[in-house]
Design a protein around this ligand. Structure first.
Ligand code: BES
Ligand code: MN
Ligand code: ZN
Length: 490
């Protein structure tokens, strides 16, 4: 998506729609005083009449904006300026952009709001840009009459300083990375399966200058990734592991590894899910899509670091060849696993991919996975669960998430949870009791990371939104793409 940064007077911007923000309590700020004057004091009167309150995401439209070059004006509330955060600004801009994108073929210009005590000018420019890019891409990929339309032109009105230019550029790259993740999640499993996902990774690598390697089922067997392969064996779609490499610093610097669960469809296997639990399971590759999105942005931003992205791609299906309850698997690192529930498949995939990342020299690991319903029970659908074997590394990640205004909450990892995974026939079992299920899943993963600093992000709730909201499309959300990019930015 091309976004033009223009530095013009708001009254002179020629566009179908001009969007400006007003904080609460509303007042005629420097940004809009000229606009108000050109409109003959109309904004002042709307404020006096209490038609504009400045409340977050409140929208007021003026369709016959006489006196200014733009045809229509949309005034959106920003809430109290000392409470403005990235996610609140995103909410305001996204609600405005989404309303306008319901119409076909319109041009839009969004005025950058002034810096506040809580957000500086660069953060405002970057967040505004990302909000426009993300909010206007819908999940209606297969609608003959789409409900959402790309704008014919998109402008941001602000100063043309180097800082603002760079912020708009970064905001666009991040927004496009988030949209890449969202689109992969939104496309159904009939279209996105291990081979097509891997092909997409190769294509993105070509476009962004990443190195790409795809391991097929034979190579995965040679790599002793038999825990991952067991999950895939019930499907007609063969497994893949896609590996993307960004080399931004010295070849000897050990890389940060980003690892994603890419179960392109999770039927549950022989521990079959009921229909209600299965209907959204095209989203079970969201972790891998997050890694792909993040890697694309890391490459396009030329970050001066080494990062490797690993995507474990399988389909969890039912057939005469499915892996079975009671099967014992030998993972890449030699640990034997008794399978007591084939629906706890994500951890079996990640086990081998985490071990591969460690063996290939990563010195820090972050994985993202739609791993457990239990995490959604614990934290709801908007907060990501974080689990770690290294408090300092987890603090770094939590700080990165804070910088992006993404919500992460650390969960306990005490040893007694790990004891719940003891097996009588193998080194461990793949499920514990029902209670504490997100934690036992994380304790399982911990067995495969050696002592490498590692954070596991359970994104089962936030990765996929059930319904549309005024400020956000339902479906894939792209959660944690920004945090991963921020983490790599250091
Ligand atoms: N992919 C699911 C987890 C999930 C649930 C993701 C809801 C998104 C929304 C995962 O593979 C799974 O089935 N987990 C089981 C684990 C259980 C069998 C221990 C679960 O959460 O029920
Ligand atoms: Mn499952
Ligand atoms: Zn799953």
């Amino acid at each position: 998506m091309e976004i033009k940064l223009v530095s013009q007077k708001l009254t002179d911007v020629k566009t179908d729609w001009l969007v400006v923000g007003i904080a609460a309590p509303p007042e005629i700020s420097d940004t809009i005083s000229e606009l108000d004057a050109a409109l003959g004091g109309r904004i002042t009167r709307l404020i006096e009449a209490k038609d504009i309150s400045g409340k977050l995401a409140e929208r007021l439209t003026i369709f016959d904006a006489e006196g200014i070059a733009s045809g229509r004006l949309l005034i959106v509330g920003l809430g109290k300026s000392d409470e403005l955060t990235q996610s609140r600004l995103n909410k305001a801009i996204a609600s405005a952009a989404r309303q306008i994108s319901e119409k076909k073929e319109v041009s839009i210009a969004v005025a950058l709001s002034a810096a506040t005590d809580t957000l500086d000018a660069a953060a405002i420019a970057e967040t505004t840009t990302t909000a426009i890019v993300v909010s206007t891409q819908g999940q209606g990929l297969y609608q003959n009459e789409p409900t959402r339309h790309a704008f014919s032109t998109t402008m941001i009105v602000g100063d043309d300083s180097e800082t603002t230019k760079a912020a708009v550029e970064k905001g666009t790259i991040l927004g496009e990375a988030i949209n890449l993740t969202r689109e992969l999640v939104n496309r159904p499993a009939g279209e996105i399966y291990p081979e097509t996902f891997a092909a997409k990774a190769e294509k993105v690598a070509q476009q962004t200058g990443l190195k790409c390697e795809v391991l097929d089922e034979n190579q995965l067997a040679t790599e002793k990734m038999n825990s991952l392969l067991a999950v895939a064996q019930g499907s007609d779609r063969p497994a893949r592991v896609a590996i993307l490499e960004h080399r931004g610093s010295d070849a000897n610097d050990p890389p940060l590894a980003l690892i994603g669960k890419g179960v392109t469809f999770d039927s549950g296997g022989l521990s079959l899910k009921p229909g209600d639990g299965m209907k959204d399971m095209k989203c079970d590759m969201a972790g891998a899509a997050t890694v792909l999105g993040a890697m694309s942005a890391i490459a396009r931003l030329n970050l001066p670091v080494n990062v490797v992205g690993y995507m474990g791609l399988v389909e969890n299906m039912v057939s005469g060849n499915s892996y079975k309850l009671g099967d014992v698997l030998t993972a890449r690192n030699g640990l034997t696993i008794e399978v007591l529930n084939t629906d706890a498949e994500g951890r079996l995939v990640l086990a081998d991919v985490l071990a591969l990342a460690v063996d290939r020299g990563a010195n820090r690991l972050v994985d993202a996975a739609t791993l457990t319903g239990a995490c959604v029970v614990a934290l709801g659908s908007e907060v990501v669960g974080a689990f770690t074997n290294n408090q300092e590394w987890c603090n770094t990640l939590v700080e990165a998430a804070k910088n992006c205004d993404e919500r992460v909450w650390q969960m306990p990892m005490d040893d007694d949870f790990g004891e719940l995974l003891k097996s009588d026939v193998a080194d461990c079992r793949n499920v514990g009791p029902r209670w504490g299920g997100a934690i036992t899943a994380a304790k399982f993963l911990e067995k495969f990371v050696s002592d490498t600093p590692w954070v596991h992000l359970d994104i089962a709730g936030p990765a996929f939104a059930e319904s549309n909201k005024p400020h956000r499309e339902g479906g894939g959300t792209g959660v944690m793409v920004a945090t991963m990019v921020e983490l790599a930015s250091g």
